[in-house]
Design a protein around this ligand. Structure first.
Ligand code: ATP
Ligand code: MG
Length: 469
């Protein structure tokens, strides 16, 4: 069964000082134990410590009931918030660090493939570890007693393997979200999914229809932000297809063009991995070429073309983002990136300012577009990739020069505004926007300076040309 303290010590030595339990967590653990309870660090903290990965939260599991945790920690001068008492969880704040402290528990029956109908508090740590999803997540660590690892999570971590605790089909039937969690840990950690676990993911994937779109989106986002996203997307696509069926037609779709040496799916997976890991650009990269199978046609020579694919990608992206769970503002920004990913811009200040104006002067969005173009280029045939990546870098450099020189590229930079347009006699309504945009075009194209007097004269002319119509 469990490994010894010696194993724990050597395991931690492997990962160096990052294994250290923070002193504030030690205080919470010793406060509970001095009151006669048992307490351990559990879950992601133990896994990530052993792997030498950066640590996020430290979760603590204890034999104390939440009411006992609350009173013992309050008496020790800590703050306590009742964040999930139904499941035995309170958040304890000690020296400005917050810890979720949860009573050892087992989950009751899952009748909806997602939430246990009830939880039952138990006395033993091992029972609590047994309810956890994967062996690498079912280890506990104690500052004095070392590692508790009844399911050999350490062995699986060393072999870079994701395996469920217990029978995989049963574990996925209890909670279908675990199917996506396996895929996202595979991407985040660079681990493979053990064969039986993967077969059960495939067999159980239809249960994902019972999982809320918020939880699906959250897991997919963690997956696409993972360091091993390319391999994870390619190796789990047949599972992901249950929530993203649009991926199916990309798989194995030969592009028949010298610019590409990978099928649409592999190109996409490589493009995602070729972008920096932030949500906006990674989602856009995932969606950017989804329209290719729909837009495809072949010349007599056998050469493939995808004219208009970006528009089809936009339509598919819109459908996915409405089905999953995204804020309208985020969705709109992703759609702009997908729509424009293939537009060609000269790396000149004028062209870049015009392109910036077309995305509403949103500098962050334009930076993301440069990142997307570079990631897209990196996933093209080697003969073309380097040159196209350099083009994206050039755009980025021109953008930074424009920003450094404080040059005008959006209406808010203009030395005139809507009031000036009205004063010049332009009627209220869309004509005001037309006038200001026309002024901005002329400033960007250096036909007039961004100078108040010159622009007022421009407005006068604009007004009289409207009045003549
Ligand atoms: P991260 O916080 O980086 O996403 P984590 O492993 O800490 O990773 P959490 O979702 O914070 O993941 O969950 C904490 C722990 O709770 C997990 O390590 C696992 O032991 C357990 N756990 C979480 N979700 C589930 C689940 N759906 N089924 C079973 N156990 C789970
Ligand atoms: Mg966590």
């Amino acid at each position: 069964m469990g490994t010894t303290t010696d194993t724990a010590t050597s395991a931690c030595a492997m990962a160096g000082s990052r294994c250290a339990v923070p002193s504030s967590a030690m205080r919470v653990i010793s406060t509970l134990e001095q009151a006669g309870h048992e307490a351990w660090c559990v879950g992601g903290f133990v896994r990530d410590s052993l792997l030498g990965r950066p640590i996020s939260d430290v979760d603590i599991a204890t034999s104390a009931l939440w009411e006992q945790t609350e009173s013992v920690c309050l008496a020790a001068g800590m703050r306590v918030h009742r964040t999930g008492t139904k499941h035995g969880t309170v958040t304890v704040v000690c020296d400005d660090d917050a810890f979720e402290v949860t009573t050892f528990r087992v989950d009751g029956v899952y009748s909806d493939a997602r939430h246990p109908d009830s939880v039952q508090f138990v006395r033993s740590l091992d029972e609590d570890l047994a309810r956890r999803d994967f062996t690498i997540n079912a280890m506990a660590y104690h500052p004095m007693r070392g590692l508790r690892d009844p399911f050999n999570g350490f062995g699986d971590a060393s072999r870079h393997t994701i395996r469920t605790v217990g029978d995989p089909s049963q574990r996925f039937q209890e909670d279908a979200l675990r199917i996506l969690r396996a895929a996202r840990f595979s991407s985040q950690l660079g681990f493979s999914i053990e064969l039986e676990t993967y077969s059960a993911m495939m067999a159980g994937k239809s249960l994902l229809s019972k999982v809320s779109s918020e939880r699906i989106t959250a897991e997919l986002q963690k997956l696409i932000l993972g360091k091993d996203v390319c391999r994870a997307l390619l190796s789990t696509v047949d599972v992901l297809s249950a929530v993203l069926p649009e991926l199916v037609s990309m798989k194995g779709f030969d592009q028949c063009t010298p610019y590409h040496s990978y099928d649409v799916l592999e190109h996409t997976a490589r493009a995602v991995a070729g972008t920096p890991p932030y949500p906006l650009v990674r989602w856009a990269a995932l969606f950017h070429d989804m329209g290719k199978p729909g837009a495809f046609f072949k010349e007599e020579t056998g050469r493939g073309h995808f004219y208009g694919h970006a528009k089809i990608s936009v339509a598919l992206t819109r459908g996915i983002m409405e089905r999953l769970s995204f804020s309208p503002a985020f969705k709109e920004r992703v759609l702009i990136l997908v729509e424009r990913h293939d537009e060609v811009y000269e790396p000149t200040p004028k062209a870049v300012k015009r392109a910036l104006a077309r995305v509403g002067g949103d500098v962050e969005l334009f930076r993301a577009l440069c990142d997307l173009k570079k990631g897209d280029a990196s996933a093209q045939a080697p003969a073309y990739a380097a040159e196209r990546m350099e083009r994206a870098d050039q755009l980025r450099r021109v953008l930074e020069e424009i920003l450094a020189a404080d040059e005008a590229f959006s209406l808010k930079h203009l030395a005139i505004n809507g009031k000036d347009a009205m004063k010049a006699g332009i009627p209220q309504g869309p004509a005001i926007g037309d006038a200001l945009n026309a002024a901005l075009d002329d400033v960007i194209d250096e036909r007039i300076p961004n100078d108040r007097e010159a622009l007022l004269a421009f407005l006068e002319n604009f007004a009289s040309s409207i009045n003549k119509e």
